[in-house]
Structures are given as structure tokens and as C-alpha cells.
Design a protein. Structure first.
Length: 71
């Protein structure tokens, strides 16, 4: 099933059901080929917090850029 073929381009919520969930991005323990932002890994949806289950995942903070002259 190609979820992305019919998914909205903006703010997709993901499928209603499935057998795994997707984690994006590599980690410091991964090989050089898999240590990149485009890497995908599947995980059991029953695991509520994979950050405590494994020590290879992290997170990133994102902030919207301020336009020139706006404050």
C-alpha cells in the first residue's frame, strides 16, 4: 500500500491502522549509510516511548525563522 500516493501534502496524519510505526532519521550507533535524516525505521506501535526503550533515538527542536525587520 502506497500511503503517500493519496496522503495530503500538508500535515499528513498517517494511516488509521497498521502493524508498525515509522521513526525518521538515523542515530549515532547506526552505520554511515543509515546515519542520515532520510533513514526510516519501523517500530511496534504498542511501544509508547521509544526514547526510553532504546538509547539511539533523539529529537530535534525546530523554530520558525524570523523575517527581516519583524520582531
Amino acid at each position: 500500500v502506497d500511503y503517500y500516493a493519496a496522503a495530503p501534502a500538508r500535515d499528513p496524519r498517517g494511516p488509521e491502522e497498521g502493524t508498525t510505526k515509522v521513526l525518521r532519521g538515523g542515530a549515532w550507533r547506526f552505520s554511515a549509510d543509515n546515519c542520515r535524516s532520510g533513514y526510516r525505521y519501523n517500530e511496534n506501535p504498542g511501544e509508547s516511548d521509544v526514547c526510553f526503550g532504546y538509547d539511539i533515538y533523539g529529537f530535534r527542536c525546530v523554530r520558525r525563522a524570523i523575517e527581516d525587520g519583524a520582531r
